[in-house]
Design a binder for this molecule. Structure first.
Ligand SMILES: Nc1ncnc2c1ncn2[C@@H]1O[C@H](COP(=O)(O)OP(=O)(O)OP(=O)(O)O)[C@@H](O)[C@H]1O
Length: 216
């Protein structure tokens, strides 16, 4: 599976509906940007999609979900934990196999931080930590990328590099983005969320940044 077709997506907190009910169909090969003001429901929608698509997806959550005490290598390797036996994962914790070491080093190189491979993740900057979560998603190589503000802590050139890389490595993606210009540049479709509902769903080619500002 690469695309997905979900319906009946709903979420409530304390009895208050914050998402849906809504449906979202994403075709294989589409890069969907979720845009909308803070609190509109983008993160909740990403979480709902992940619950349904789960193992078929590579997730970059907004809180990154890193294990600070472990080196960068192990955090990236976690992207493939469920693809190996317990024995393999236990050995990797103590003495990683050269094949995996090389693969992870290559990914970190593509993300401009190969020298951080064995450093504890806690010692990294916010932008470096964000790139570790991105490397973990890339290492997972799932058919669908689900990413929640994956470039929020990156500087301009690095944000572009990461968006290029994500577009190149994932055929299908749903990415929550605050930056409307980046959404238009790197995503083929814009889905605007307002009060937990889809308020805009259009091809990027047919939109300009000002068309999207009405959501804010
Ligand atoms: N764990 C939670 N408990 C209570 N309310 C929550 C929880 N998570 C989200 N909400 C509420 O759900 C709504 C949608 O939140 P969500 O995080 O999905 O928005 P968002 O569009 O991703 O915002 P942002 O751009 O700031 O990340 C908000 O009103 C928020 O307060």
């Amino acid at each position: 599976m690469s695309g997905f077709d979900l319906s009946g997506l709903t979420a409530s907190f304390g009895g208050e509906r914050v998402i849906g009910p809504l449906s979202l169909k994403v075709n294989e090969g589409e890069q969907v940007a979720l845009v909308g003001k803070s609190g509109a429901g983008k993160s909740t929608l990403i979480r709902l999609i992940h619950e349904r698509v789960n193992r078929e997806s590579s997730l970059v959550p907004q809180d990154l979900g890193l294990v600070n005490a472990l080196p960068v290598f192990h955090n990236v390797f976690m992207g493939q934990l469920d693809k190996h036996s317990t024995w393999y994962n236990t050995v990797t914790l103590i003495r990683p196999f050269s094949k995996n070491r090389d693969e992870v080093r290559e990914l970190l190189k593509a993300l401009g931080m190969p020298e951080k491979l064995w450093l504890p993740t806690a010692s990294l900057s916010g932008g470096q930590r964000q790139r570790v979560a991105i490397a973990r998603a890339l290492y997972r190589k799932a058919p669908v990328l689900l990413a929640d503000e994956p470039i929020s802590a990156l500087d301009g050139p690095m944000a572009h590099l990461v968006m290029e890389l994500l577009k190149e490595r994932f055929q299908t993606s749903v990415i929550a983005l605050h930056d409307v210009e980046m959404a238009l540049k790197y995503c083929s479709r814009i889905v605007g969320i307002q009060d937990g509902q889809v308020a805009l769903d259009e091809s990027s080619e047919r939109l300009s940044a000002t068309d999207i500002t009405s959501l804010y």
